[in-house]
Design a protein around this ligand. Sequence first.
Ligand code: GLC
Length: 740
Amino acid sequence: MKKEDLKALLADMSLQEKADQMMQLMGLFYLDDAEGVLTGPARELGVGEEDFWMTGSILGTYGAEQLMAIQKKYMEKQPHHIPMLFMMDVIHGLKTVFPMPLAQGATFEPELSGRCAQAAAREAAVSGLHVTFSPMVDLVRDARWGRVMESTGEDPYLNGLFAKAQVEGFQGDDIGKPYKVCSCVKHFAAYGGAWAGRDYNTVELTEHTLREFYLPPYKAAIDAGVGMVMTSFNTVNGIPASTNRWLMRDILRDEMGFDGVLISDFSAILETVAHGNSADEADAAKKALEAGVDIDMMTSVYAANLCRLVEEGKVSEALIDESVMRILELKNKLGLFENPYKDANPEEEKTVILCDEHRKLAKEAAGKCFVLLKNDGLLPVDMSKKVAFVGPYTNCKEIISSWAVTGDVNACVSIEEAAREVFDLTRTTFHQGCQMLDNDYHLTGFGNLGESVPGKLSEEEQKKMFEEAVEAAKKADLVIMPIGEHFLQTGEAASRAMIDVPEIQMNLFREVSKVNENIVVVLFNGRPLDLRELSKTAKAVLDVWLPGTEGGHAIVDALTGKINPSGKLPMSFPYCVGQVPVHYNEYSTGRPNLEGMQERFKSKYIDIPNAPLYPFGYGLSYTDFEISPVTLSGDVVTDVQPIRACVTVKNTGKVEGTEVIQLYIQDVAASVVRPVKELKRFEKVKLCPGEEKKAEFIIDEEMLRFLRADGTVGSEEGKFRVWIGNSSNTKNEAVFSYQK
Ligand code: GLC
């Protein structure tokens, strides 16, 4: 449709029709018995029949046939036959589920995430969807927060690269093209800064921190052309994001140049009343509209109040027109006025979903996200040994995250299924050993999901299973223990004050370690965990996160050495929860407790170290790499003269491997304090045994820019340190200076 036709359409719409375009309801309301819905949940929401059939978009329903049926019926009733938008949380895969985003961050391969997003878009599009609420790019520093699993980690530069790659993967260069969906970056802004890691909690950041650390990844998504932004639940410096005009109009729209659709998070506009910012729903509608929020997700605050507010002269209809035009333009970009069904195709669904190509990609992505945290030589497994798999993840197919809401666990490959294809079954046994969680573990409000916690066996059944597993461990040469968090312990509304592997599993681990010292832990987790005890006792620890549909195959390939782990931590693993929040790019303080210092009056704990158990950027390999000292092509960077920083990387081990060479800098003295280290570049280097390669990075003036004390962004003259290594705690350092 041409722009002038959109304008004519808008001009012909009634005020209520426009307000209803700004409402989003659950897709299940439109599935079949609309009558029952109208007298039930819709009425509870204050949505009348007329509004119901003029709602602009729905969320949470997918499937070509049912969305085509909804669209057909809806458009017959909609006064101008405007097509509905269909949206869904396709966070890391629709049916073919890729590793959870934090695991994808561990690949340090944004391009791979882009390919996963592209495949996810294809499955979503043929299933009738138009928009995905992904990527989530919230910077995370607090392992207690359940949604760290949805982010790509603690570094703004790394998160920005992943944000760009995922937006481009979902959208391509034109969302109107086949198999593309509109991407929605979230949650704007700084949702990951929730106080004490408690979900939905207050966020208190200086504007400086907000701009330096939290905003860049959203900006990267916007620069990549993201079609939609979602507000966050939290306040930003005292004002809820959904009614925060400074954040949404001054920053998002004016500064960052975002001109797409801004959608609230689920009931987030209404929740500004609970926040204590809006006096009532009408006040919330007014404030959110003035902040530029275009769609009210899953309440009737807009639909039930905007018309009256206009009639009372309390809001301008022009603001409504502005929002509705953005919604119509998005529908137009998707081509829905010409083809309201876009790529929905029941036949293609059968061939595209979970196709071999997507499974192959899922396996590649899984294999590249694993982080080898410890290996005292037990890995790769000696296949001549007698092996016992002992742990609740041995034969568990629930290896997709709680944000794989459309995923099919039955399509997942468990470790046992994959191992049975490869290991010699005359000397390999499989034992669950214990339940994932205690019977009395409380998963509040998960309803029947809570019942999905595997196990719920009687005490005597559990005792029998436990003893049998320990006995098997005793007889084995090697015990592989697939253990970790239950997937429902991570994700939304799943903050944890203790970040341990569930105690019931640690008991199994302790009993096994009494009878067999050769333990390999295969760790499933949605967040950094407290691994002090486990890492001390186990001889090897491979972090596989929640690896997705092909997790079992990839894990067995890693255990047997068919693939060599190359993942690097995208988020620090704290020494213990008392150290949280902990992140590598911290400030020095005036009393830095430098390594080896034994002084009292330093910034430190008296009972634990300052350093995390495993730092950002850390990950081992089955081979060894030697990285030469940093050489610089010069020791002064000017506005016109960059320098080159180089190292030579050599594979000094016996097997092929991939190393992630990381470049960090420190601005030693500046008008505002600068992080002790900042990741600025990285390169993945794949080498055969004995092979070596030069890794070269350009350091130019642009790399040195930051938000200065006067509020401008730029560089400042002075001394800089540069490190190049295979982890954020590398000591491989050189010094240079910047002069204008
Ligand atoms: C949830 C989440 C958001 C998601 C939305 C729709 O509460 O915060 O990330 O996209 O609701 O499901």
